[in-house]
Design a protein around this ligand. Structure first.
Ligand code: URA
Ligand code: SF4
Length: 191
């Protein structure tokens, strides 16, 4: 990682802390930028911070994060070596879905993160992130419901592999197994 990129990352971080581009800035406690290595080959993009993330500033540190950690561990993938972030940096009240306007207002930050980290593999978690990432990477024609394209590999300059959001598995053991099966594909991209 060149110091130029580190500097750009620091600047982006400052911009996020100051950002008032959408209504979510009003109630957030801390923005949640990302976690992991700026040299990561695999980038996970979730949706938006939840209650625990809003307090700690760390993505996926609550219950769905625990399951994400389990999925990584099962495939011997180190959380420190990948990069985990969200399309939206501030928590939507009552954990409602992020709105189109908010996703658009926040997109410059995820764009910058993708540019700086430049991962080989991008894994959107959940349908909002899947839509955003596939549109961004010229895969509009491949967009389908997450139930159909989860775990599939889309190859362009970057490899895109959408997954169900880990939260869907919290109350549904069947979905846990689907996610566990889907995540196995990441083993070959991890080294
Ligand atoms: N769900 C997400 O999409 N992101 C988080 O950081 C936590 C829960
Ligand atoms: Fe800014 Fe994104 Fe937070 Fe909205 S969600 S205030 S656009 S950082």
């Amino acid at each position: 990682m060149s110091s130029k990129k580190e500097k750009e990352f620091e600047e982006m971080t400052k911009d996020v802390f100051l950002c008032k581009k959408c209504v979510l800035c009003k109630k957030r406690k801390a923005p949640v930028i990302g976690y992991g290595s700026l040299k990561a080959k695999i980038m996970f993009i979730g949706e938006a911070p939840g209650a625990k993330e809003d307090v700690t500033g760390i993505p996926f540190c609550g219950r769905s994060g625990k399951f994400l950690d389990e999925l990584l561990k099962l495939n011997k993938i180190d959380r420190e070596k990948v990069y985990i972030c969200n399309i939206i940096k501030c928590r939507p009240p009552e954990n409602r879905d992020p709105g189109e306007k908010e996703i658009k207002a926040c997109s410059r930050f995820i764009e910058k993160q993708i540019e700086i980290i430049s991962p080989n593999v991008i894994c959107p978690l959940g349908r909002h992130s899947m839509k955003f990432v596939m549109e961004r990477f010229g895969l509009v024609n491949d967009i389908d419901v997450i139930g159909k394209i989860h775990g599939k590999v889309f190859k362009g300059k970057e490899i895109i592999i959408p997954f169900y959001h880990p939260a869907v598995a919290l109350y549904n053991p069947k979905m846990k197994d689907v996610l566990k099966k889907d995540f196995k594909i990441l083993k070959k991209y991890a080294d």
